[in-house]
Design a protein around this ligand. Structure first.
Ligand code: SF4
Length: 128
């Protein structure tokens, strides 16, 4: 699925995909896709994906502006979970940058491993 504000690539090698791209084919299984309410559909393009060779200060500023759009988006959680599940490797999705999503995924994997381990180890015996 493509981002709703999908803009033309400006030299970036990144594949610009997102849940709510303008012109993205609708999922035939969904009568009301979650991304139809996306706030970024109404915002100007260019905030959510990095142009090539973007200086760090410009990237941080752009990402902050994108996050401000996400903060008022009614489908933020759905967007975030979509980007984590795919996983989407580029751009701001659900208020998180790609690096922030990698951290979330690493934490989830670590927690799942801890839960699996906890289920394997008996925690105590009932005295009888
Ligand atoms: S959370 Fe952000 S990227 Fe996702 S649909 Fe909403 S505005 Fe767009």
């Amino acid at each position: 699925m493509l981002h709703p504000i999908e803009s033309s690539a400006t030299g970036s090698a990144a594949v610009r995909r997102s849940p709510v791209a303008v012109g993205a084919p609708a999922d035939p299984l969904e009568d009301n896709p979650w991304h139809t309410g996306a706030a970024c559909r109404r915002d100007e393009a260019g905030l959510f994906f990095a142009p090539s060779k973007e200086p760090t200060a410009a990237r941080l500023s752009r990402e902050e502006q994108a996050k401000q759009v996400c903060a008022r988006c009614p489908v933020l959680l759905e967007c975030r979970e979509h980007a984590l599940a795919m996983p989407e490797p580029y751009g701001v999705w659900g208020g998180l940058t790609a690096a922030e999503r990698r951290v979330v995924l690493a934490r989830r994997r670590r927690r799942e491993a801890e839960l699996r381990e906890a289920r394997r180890v008996p925690t105590g015996r009932i005295a009888g």
